[in-house]
Design a protein around this ligand. Structure first.
Ligand code: SAH
Ligand code: SF4
Ligand code: F3S
Length: 409
């Protein structure tokens, strides 16, 4: 039996890609292991969104030289976004690397395995792990935007939406295997369209799949949240009331230079409309984009005050080779560090404040352990009674303590 150890970096799309790649390995007789020392194959699925992410993946690969030397028959697969960016150069630098499969090659991963001659179809396929409470379903690949800081379009290519029927089948398979919640995935997930079927239609259709109690999605782009979208989803309680909606900057000038396609005001209008339908909003923010002035940065801080995000993930701008922003004159690292510090201090209290807003409300909690689950808005809830894992419990929130809600039942 070929034992495979998987190391995944990057976003949830990458996690889903790792599952997909493993399914092809399982069809060739492989099974999963979480112990590197007993593995015959290592699959590294990589990210290159920031330099640090790429560096982690490449240094893991470097460390595998010794692992491979122990048993030369061992196989190393380097896949995903960093594999796409670095390409053949990697194989020269790390000659012990067996298979290179860039992010754009995910649809041909099975052929890549077959061509390598290192794996062959088996009469007894390996087990693929059950999905758990949340089933991840990729609905689109790639990105058609050209945000000036971002490498994703160049490593993932343009948008390709999967057919609705395939998506519904995938969701049904995962629900039949025990998933109660389906998370739809794509880099601009709400740009989805297949013929007449819009993203909102798709959400409604997935929510009707037998066994599906809740539908989430990530990550959407602000420009696709239209009044039509809200009208189509507002009466469907199975669509989770949490949206991760990256803003990137609070300055309209920087947003333009980033080519985000919206202004500060438009973004604020969108989240107010979403909030009016009960959505809880988290975000991503970049500090130190090359043209960001002190005043621009103050605009980001004031947007954080105004928007009342649930959570804000904050990143220092990282120049990515080949992107327009990497060619601009860069700010000093010291400035990036100072701004990140200030912003992190500001966002620290956000989630506590959001938790407090839930006290006194009635929530449906999807139980992940007998005493703990998540509400539709993605808040962690502790129940006083024990409930079956996977059940939905409707209960009142009595108090909040930091990052936990306490429910009556
Ligand atoms: N498709 C999503 C985001 C994908 S990348 C969207 O458009 O919203 C995830 C996050 O990484 C982004 O939201 C952004 O905040 C951050 N990011 C992307 N490129 C970056 C860079 N060059 N430097 C720092 N952070 C970056
Ligand atoms: Fe990158 Fe922008 Fe596409 Fe998001 S929308 S993946 S930030 S180019
Ligand atoms: Fe990283 Fe690729 Fe996702 S660059 S964030 S793994 S799309």
């Amino acid at each position: 039996m070929n034992k495979v150890f998987i190391q995944t970096y990057g976003c949830q799309m990458n996690v889903a890609d790792s599952d997909e790649m493993f399914a092809h390995l399982a069809a060739r007789g492989a099974e999963l292991t979480d112990k590197l020392e007993e593995a015959d194959t290592v699959l590294i699925n990589t990210c290159t969104v920031r330099d640090h992410a790429e560096h982690r993946a490449v240094s893991f690969l470097g460390r595998l030289a010794a692992w491979k030397k122990e048993k030369p028959g061992r196989v190393i697969i380097f896949a995903g976004c960093a594999a796409q960016r670095l390409g053949e150069a990697l194989q020269k630098k790390y000659p012990f690397l067996d298979i290179l499969s860039g992010a754009k090659g995910i649809e041909h991963f099975a052929q890549t395995l077959d061509k390598s001659g290192l794996f062959s179809h088996q009469d007894h396929p390996g087990q693929t792990p059950a999905p758990g409470l949340t089933g991840y379903v990729t609905i689109m690949r790639g990105c058609n935007f050209a945000c000036t800081y971002c490498i994703v379009p160049s490593v993932r290519g343009p948008i390709k939406c999967l057919p609705v029927d395939d998506i519904l089948q995938d969701a049904a398979r995962k629900a039949a295997a025990g998933a109660k919640e389906i998370m739809l995935l794509g880099q601009t997930v709400n740009a989805y369209r297949d013929g007449d079927v819009s993203f909102a239609d798709l959400l409604n259709r997935v929510s009707e799949v037998p066994g599906v109690e809740r539908v989430r999605f990530t990550s959407p782009h602000p420009i696709y949240f239209t009044p039509q979208f809200l009208a189509a989803v507002k009466d469907n309680p199975k669509i989770a009331r949490h949206i991760h909606l990256p803003v990137q900057s609070g300055s309209t000038k920087v947003l333009q230079e980033m080519k985000r396609g919206y202004t500060r005001e438009v973004f604020l209008d969108k989240i107010h409309a979403l909030r009016a339908c009960g959505f809880n909003i988290s975000t991503d923010i970049i500090v130190g984009f090359p043209t960001e002035t002190e005043e621009d940065f103050r605009q980001t801080l004031s947007l954080v005050d105004e928007a009342k995000f649930f959570i804000a993930y904050c990143y220092k701008y990282s120049p990515r080779q080949g992107t327009p922003a990497a060619e601009m004159k860069q700010l000093e690292q010291k400035v990036l560090e100072e701004r990140l510090d200030i912003l992190l201090n500001k966002v620290r209290g956000l989630s506590d404040a959001a938790y407090l807003t839930q006290v006194g409300t009635v929530q449906e909690v999807l139980m992940e352990t007998p005493h703990k689950g998540r509400s539709s808005g993605n808040f962690w809830v502790k129940t006083s009674k024990a409930h079956p894992v996977g059940s939905l419990v409707r209960t009142e929130i009595e108090r909040a303590d930091g990052t936990l809600l306490f429910a009556r039942d």
